[in-house]
Structure formats: C-alpha cells, structure tokens
Design a protein around this ligand. Sequence first.
Ligand SMILES: [Zn+2]
Length: 396
Amino acid sequence: MLLYDTLRQTPVAMEPIDGFVRMYVCGVTPYDTTHMGHARTYVVYDTIRRYLEWQGLPVLYVQNVTDIDDDILRKSAQLGLTWDELGRQETERFLRDMDALNVRMPNHYVKATDAIAKIIEVNSGLIERGVAYENQGNVYFNVHADPNFGSLAHSDYASMLAIANERGNFPDDPHKRDPLDFVLWQATKPGEPWWDSPWGRGRPGWHIECTAMVLEYLGPQINIHGGGSDLQFPHHACELAQAENFTGQSPHVAAWSHIGMVYYEGEKMSKSLGNLVLASKTLQHYSADAIRLGLLKYYYRDQFEYSDDDVAWGERTVERFKQAVNSGVAGGALHAEELRNEAIAALDADFQTPACLQALITLAEASINGEIDDAELAATTLRELGTVLGLRSELW
Ligand SMILES: [Zn+2]
C-alpha cells in the first residue's frame, strides 16, 4: 500500500519495521464531544489499519489523550469539575462514540499524564544536545538550533510564525529567545496541577507528549504519523524536530499523513466556532455503517462540507450491498474479479476510497441486476471489503 507523505510530497510504500507497520495518530483533548471532523480522522486510520491487516501486515497502533492542557484547565474551571474528572468523563464519552462507529481501540491508548517520565527524559536529552534551553522553570526548543526546523510546513519563517500564533503559540512569552521557540515544559502557575521535574514543578508542552509516546511505544522510526491537516504545522513539524534531534535518526516517519478538514455551514467544523455535528447525534438517525461510508465517500486528503445527505447515501449504499450479498444472481458479462481488483487497487494507491466504493457499487448493482459473471465472488468481495471498510458485514 502507498500512502502520501506530506513531508516529501509523494506517496510512499508501507513496509513493516521489525515485523509491524507502526502507526501513531494524534488523539483528542478530552473536553468536548466527538464531532464529524474527529469521526473522519479516526474512521480513516481505523480503515487503513484494517486494510493493512487484511493484506497480512500486522499493525502496531498508538494514540494519545491530551488529558492536561490549557483548554482542559479552562473548561474544567467553567464546569466546576477537577481537570482529571473532566478528562475521564470526556475520554469515556469519546471512546463510546468510537465504539459505536466500529472504530477499534489502538494497541496502546495513553494519557499524557502517564507519559511524564518519558517526556522528562526526552526534554533532558534535547537540552544535552544543545537544541533546547531552560529559563525559570520553563523549557523551550530553540528553532534556530535546527537548520531543518519547519521542513514539514513548506513555508518561510514569517508564515510559520503567523500560523503558530493562530494555533496557540505565545510569541510574547518573555522567557523565550525567539517568538517561534516552542514549549517543552512549563513551570506551574498557581492553582494548576504539576509534576516534579529537573526544572521544578510544572507540566509538559503539547508537542513533546506525542514524541515521547511514539518513542516509548513505537520506536525511533515509524511508518505513519497521522492527524488532521491542521496538525501539519506547528504540531507535527515540532514533533519531527524533537524526535530527530533526540534520536539522531532520520526519517523519523515514512509518511506524515494528514486528513482534510470537515466543513459545516461554510466554516471548518470546530469547537471554538461551535458549528459542530456530533457523531452521537447522527447515530440516533443513521447506522454506523452509513456514517462510515458517508465519510469514506471523500478522498481522505480532501476537505469537504458535511451534509446528512452523504450519510443518507451511505445508508442506501449499505442496503444495496446487503441485497447483493443475499440475493445477487449471476447471468451477465461483467467480470466480478475485475471489479474486485479495481476496488483493492484503489486502496493500494493512497487509500482512494471513492474509487474503491465506486467499484463496489458497480459490483453490487450488477449482481442485483443479474449482470455479473460470478455472483458468489461478488458477495464474498462485498462482505470482505465491507469488513475492511469497518462495516458490520458479518451481520449481512
Ligand atoms: Zn500529536
């Protein structure tokens, strides 16, 4: 299977490293419920995992939970909950939504607060290697110490700084040497939770959390590091810099992989704008199979405007698949094997789910209408690839 690498801007082959295709996907910050943007990201990687496994490649899949950060502290204070209570509740809610969407659990699902020891180890290593510095209990990555910093952004310093500032950077932090330097550890403020460290009491920065978990559970070199396209910069660019400077090994990741944003009412679906379609709400009206197909209808790197029409289309499509499996008849000249190969080839070529679904729909319709040469192969294919797409085709 080939998957697009945002760094080299070309599709790359997924070759197992020490027996596994190693995949890390940035997880949620548990302070609000699962919207369709989240659902899309985790459905896509769940499906990529299922496809690789179906091809006989074992996958080792790790995902984090950012259970401590500014948003959690702000929201828990608003709600009158402790930060860890809010995190626990919202993580449970997220996992229920994932389960309802037939998204399987990663092999390791790790909270940031359970990775503090590794975070401290990596931060200490970065200071020793001269690419990070401490200032009054805070630790920062020095972006000028790494000539490759920001390679994943494919843009210049001024544009990077502008994007970073939109996405949570504090350019005026007086403890930093450069406005683009990013935080690896921050000193505790009154009333905040803290952990002991060589730099005093504090809590980890966001980017270092993922790097620590990748290194702890997957190793210095992995196949896929995924997330929404809004993570490409600064989050993933910072992760790349941290990991490669700490391990001295490159490339850290074969495919930096990014999922297009989901739009709603003309804007990116986001907690801050409040234009959310929640997975749990949609599940009250449509099946998980329908939602998965509605999301997989679009090529994963493209953005799209969410509409219930896509999910309704998913529902009708699943019904046709079922009908073809249960009452398809042979009798025509269309080759089931060719359509099966087409569907598989589409997934091999950078996970082109729209082309895959198109081949499966042609197969199902031909089988229902008695225009296929082998109705049994059509049924097997729809069931098998249905399972790969995460449909509950075992129930058909
Ligand atoms: Zn991450």
